[in-house]
Write a protein that binds this ligand. Structure first.
Ligand code: 4NP
Length: 145
């Protein structure tokens, strides 16, 4: 799960997918394309909205996406079109490019719709992001099952 800072959207996506996929043998992680927040806990507003649904994000720490992730993971979900373009620019071959998927394409195929960046907004933004990611992750799990 990849966003810009790895403190708002992708930590939530990681928490939601891990929670929904508990019964499956999945390796789920998140990262940011930027390094500004490396080592930090998720934004308190992401922690709080996840807690409301019994998902604990407090042990996550931000990290920057690295090229090694193309080998570590089968699928790389981008939260928005900037993240997507950044990841595509880091990919070195078709196999790597094919791993990169816009997460909301899971619910609206080929829409290339972005999960809005809630960082500068209020609490409602985080609820909206949660709802979108919840639907997308539900679809991801259904497809795996
Ligand atoms: P995220 O949100 O990409 O969902 O983690 C952001 C977090 C921090 C910043 C931007 C977006 N920032 O500019 O510091």
């Amino acid at each position: 799960m990849v966003c810009l800072g790895n403190i708002c959207r992708s930590p939530l996506a990681e928490g939601i997918l891990s929670s929904k996929g508990k019964h499956l043998n999945l390796k789920v992680d998140s990262a940011g394309t930027a390094a500004y927040h490396v080592g930090k806990q998720p934004d308190i507003r992401s922690i709080d909205i996840a807690k409301k649904y019994d998902i604990d994000l407090s042990k996550q720490r931000a990290r920057q996406f690295s090229r090694a992730d193309f080998d570590e993971f089968d699928i790389i979900y981008a939260m928005d079109t900037n993240n997507y373009a950044h990841l595509i620019s880091l990919a070195s071959c078709e196999t790597e490019r094919n791993k990169i998927i816009m997460i909301l394409n899971k619910i609206n195929p080929n829409s290339y719709q972005s999960v809005p960046d809630p960082y500068y907004g209020g609490k409602n933004g985080f609820q909206e992001v949660y709802n979108m990611l919840d639907k997308a992750c539900e679809k991801i799990i259904q497809n795996i099952e």
